[in-house]
Design a protein around this ligand. Structure first.
Ligand code: GLT
Ligand code: MN
Ligand code: MN
Length: 389
């Protein structure tokens, strides 16, 4: 590998949200530890560390109570900062969780006026994203859930969510924005329970929408892991369905709060298989880091954090290439997928094929005796990850 193999380049499509490198380190028990930096300064930081893209919520850039002229000035300055730093804005999203008006949810709130406000706020965030060139619109329903199910019938919540998504798709079509919507699931936090708890929930909802082709998912490593799930499997199912429109990379230990750690800092094995999958599956969307620096860090530490995310991704990418080129590993991978005995293939159903399958006698002991050296395979994989192979 060339010595600059771990150097981020635009072709890697590494992006960060303004809210990630701008995170001031507030937590439920503590005040901010870093000053809030203006978006133009954060764009400067991202350009300095070698990122390709910057993403934002409407209110990461434009305060919720800004006047139209204040908004226009902020957007103009931010566009100039992005241009100066060579940054693109691939994705935009909307904050439907910070303001007290969303304490009972946004699209699923019981108050129809709150639901209408949430849709209006999203339309304006779509206008903003389109103005900045974004083609992906993420929706994370952080408040779309409950502490007590006495407050509403969960079926109504699903219907309200569908109504809002159908409306927003039509708005995108009407305005010719060309957005792809990427739905982001999370099991809980900040609500006790969130309705769309996993990526799988969204994959079930999407085919019921009026414009399903416009809507996919934005799985987050931390969120599926919080639910104790295998993130790679969720990503793979989304990808296979043609629904992997965006991805939130970070790290997380099972059973903890939403940690949003630096990518590959807690679970190197999970990160390895994920990067291997993204690089080999043909995914060509942004590699977005939705993470933030430890609360111990100052502004320089935030740069260390951002550089670390990208560097670890590229290290894992190199290791995936090593796995693909490893003769012993590839021989095992080939052998474990080879039939242990002659058998009819299943494939697509036909009457004659079904008859042949029903007529075949399988030798169960022969099938059960096939060598599956997964211990050896995993050890070899781990030695690549550990850096000794
Ligand atoms: C928030 C959340 C993230 C979402 C962002 C998009 S905001 O920080 O924790 O997982 O991706 O709304
Ligand atoms: Mn998160
Ligand atoms: Mn996220």
């Amino acid at each position: 590998m060339a010595s600059d193999a771990y150097q981020p380049k635009p072709e890697h499509k590494f992006s960060f949200g303004l809210w990630t490198v701008g995170n001031p380190g507030r937590d439920p028990f503590g005040e901010p530890v870093r000053p809030v930096r203006p978006p133009v300064e954060l764009a400067g930081l991202l350009s300095e560390v070698g990122a390709w893209g910057v993403n934002l919520h409407d209110n990461d850039l434009v305060p919720i109570d800004a006047t139209p002229s204040e908004r226009d000035k902020i957007v103009k300055d931010f566009k100039a900062a992005c241009a100066a730093g060579g940054l693109v804005v691939p994705m935009a999203t909307v904050n439907l969780f910070t303001a007290p008006v969303f304490r009972d949810g946004a699209f699923t709130a019981n108050d129809p006026a709150v639901r209408a406000y949430a849709v209006q706020k999203t339309m304006r965030a779509m206008d903003l994203g389109a103005e900045l060139g974004a083609k992906i619109f993420v929706l994370w329903g952080g408040r779309e859930g409950t502490e007590t199910d006495a407050c509403r019938n969960p079926e109504d919540a699903v219907k309200r969510l569908r109504e809002a998504l159908d409306y927003l798709c039509e708005y995108s079509i009407d305005q010719k924005y060309g957005y792809k919507f990427a739905m982001e699931a999370k099991p809980n936090e900040p609500r006790g329970d969130i309705y769309m708890a996993t990526t799988g929930n969204y994959l079930g909802l999407i085919p019921t929408l009026a414009n399903p082709e416009l809507v996919g998912v934005n799985p987050e490593f931390a969120h599926e892991t919080m639910a104790g799930l295998n993130f790679l499997h969720a990503v793979a199912q989304a990808s296979e369905a043609g629904k992997l429109f965006h991805i939130d990379l970070n790290d997380q230990v099972i059973g903890r709060y939403d940690q949003d750690f630096r990518f590959a800092s807690a679970n190197a094995k999970g990160a390895f298989f994920l990067v291997k999958f993204l690089e080999e599956s043909g995914y060509d969307g942004p590699r977005h880091f939705d993470a933030h620096a430890y609360r111990t860090e100052n502004f320089e530490g935030v740069k260390d954090f951002a550089r670390g995310c990208m560097r670890s991704y590229l290290i894992m990418k190199e290791k995936a290439a090593r796995f693909a080129a490893d003769k012993e590993i590839q021989a095992i991978v080939k052998d474990i997928a080879t039939a242990s005995a002659a058998a009819p293939t299943v494939g697509k159903y036909s009457k004659s094929g079904a008859q042949a399958l029903l007529a075949h006698t399988f030798d169960r002991p022969v099938l059960a005796a096939k060598n599956l050296p997964y211990e050896r395979l995993d050890q070899l994989t781990m030695e690549i990850i550990y850096g000794v192979r």
